[in-house]
Design a protein around this ligand. Sequence first.
Ligand code: SF4
Length: 65
Amino acid sequence: MKIIVDRGRCTGIGICESVAPDHFEVDGDGALHLLVAEPDEADAALLGEAVRSCPALALSIENGT
Ligand code: SF4
């Protein structure tokens, strides 16, 4: 699975980081970094929560085959 960030929507508030700090990091400039290139399926529930928590609707999950 992959996390997709719509950079045009992301405002760098960092709620995703507070939900899943091992996967998301907002730097001092408010830029979001994805820390895990291809997250494990075991983290699907946590990442789904992070996606739903984003107030800017900037996150989505792409499921690989
Ligand atoms: S919660 Fe949404 S808007 Fe905030 S940093 Fe994460 S992706 Fe960006």
